[in-house]
Design a binder for this molecule. Structure first.
Ligand code: TRP
Length: 335
């Protein structure tokens, strides 16, 4: 039986933070060890251009995200780990799909509609600042997925619409040119921890409340000390279920550690001590990987090598598959 193909992309903007680690990277690396599946993980640098047009930031983010996944132990012998822009078949497939994708489907995109609405609210022209990259983003994403006939695509809730669009695009193409694509499904994990940021809201770049994953030890400690708590004194019982600090601790703790800490809150542990213990737990989880990360970051050639190898593996599937798709669409040798 053919293995299930699991595929996901990471947009190369920004620096990885604790929320990315707990919510996406760690579960993905764990899932990639499952021998029943073939995983594809890639750096979506073409997608990054839609959001960021600063070349130095794009390349820095690509380096940091690649080093992060490798430092955290992604096994690149079993998973295929590559950079989107190393696979020329993807933009080519994007065009083939673009020609049979209804503009009306793209008009319904939440991200596009939100950008238009923002313009209307600001009494601007509805198209102000909107690129074709933003408008066609879902087609590129469909090509990422369909290029490898992925069955399961682990994503956050905000990406569900993109997966529905990828299915629509695949179905229309199949209907016209014959059964080429399998229909991908979004895999949204509701059990995965959503980390709070320093202010207690969801840790997110858009709230500016993130704790970067690879802070040096002292800075990590400082960042954790800054997490918002209430004014209860040492000795006063504290509600673990109403505490961002406890949530953060829990995301890294074993179930017995979590139960012990819960009791400590009820027994009135001082916030300072709870923070120190949270720092120690997170720090011990990350310390070894952090060394590997800084070693990798200083040797980009090693990372390049990994990505090249990944691209070769990815293309060993994509090149012959694209040849079939081209043929089906009438892009063929003459005679
Ligand atoms: N759009 C996704 C995000 O912002 C990133 C992405 C690009 C992706 N291509 C993909 C995710 C293909 C899954 C499959 O998170």
């Amino acid at each position: 039986m053919k293995k299930q193909t699991v595929l996901t992309g990471i947009t190369t903007t920004g620096t990885p933070h604790l929320g990315n680690y707990v919510g996406a990277i760690k579960p993905a690396i764990q899932a990639s060890r499952d021998e029943q599946v073939q995983s594809y993980y890639f750096l979506a640098d073409f997608h990054a251009l839609v959001k960021n047009q600063n070349p130095e930031e794009i390349v820095q983010s690509t380096l940091e995200i690649a080093a992060t996944w490798l430092a955290l132990g992604l096994d690149t012998n079993s998973a295929v780990f590559y950079r989107q822009s190393d696979i020329p078949e993807i933009p080519e497939l994007t065009w083939l799909l673009t020609c049979s994708t209804a503009k009306g489907l793209m008009n319904r995109s939440h991200a596009y509609k939100a950008a238009v609405q923002e313009n209307l609210d600001a009494s601007e022209d509805p198209d102000f600042g909107i690129t074709m990259g933003l408008f066609c983003y879902p087609i590129l994403m469909a090509a990422d997925i369909l290029m490898f006939n992925a069955n399961k695509v682990p994503v956050g809730k905000d990406q569900i619409q993109h997966l529905e669009m990828a299915r629509d695009i695949a179905q229309r193409f199949n209907h016209h040119y014959g059964e080429l694509f399998e229909l991908p499904e979004a895999a949204v994990d509701d059990h995965v921890a959503v980390l709070p940021g320093q202010d207690g809201r969801k840790m997110s770049k858009s709230y500016n409340n993130t704790i970067p994953l690879w802070l040096p030890e002292k800075k990590l400690r400082k960042a954790i000390m800054k997490i918002l708590t209430n004014s209860l004194e040492p000795g006063e019982p504290k509600d673990p279920d109403d505490s961002a600090l406890f949530k953060l601790y829990s995301a890294f703790a074993s179930s017995s550690q979590r139960a012990e800490m819960r009791q400590a809150y009820l027994d009135g542990i001082a916030w300072g001590e709870a923070k120190q213990l949270t720092f120690e737990l997170i720090n011990s989880d990350l310390a070894e990987a952090r060394e590997r990360y800084f070693a990798l970051i200083s040797e980009p050639a090693v990372i390049e090598e990994e990505l090249k190898r990944g691209a070769e593996k990815a293309r060993s599937f994509a090149t012959p598959f694209l040849a079939r798709i081209r043929h089906a669409a009438g892009i063929r040798l003459l005679g």
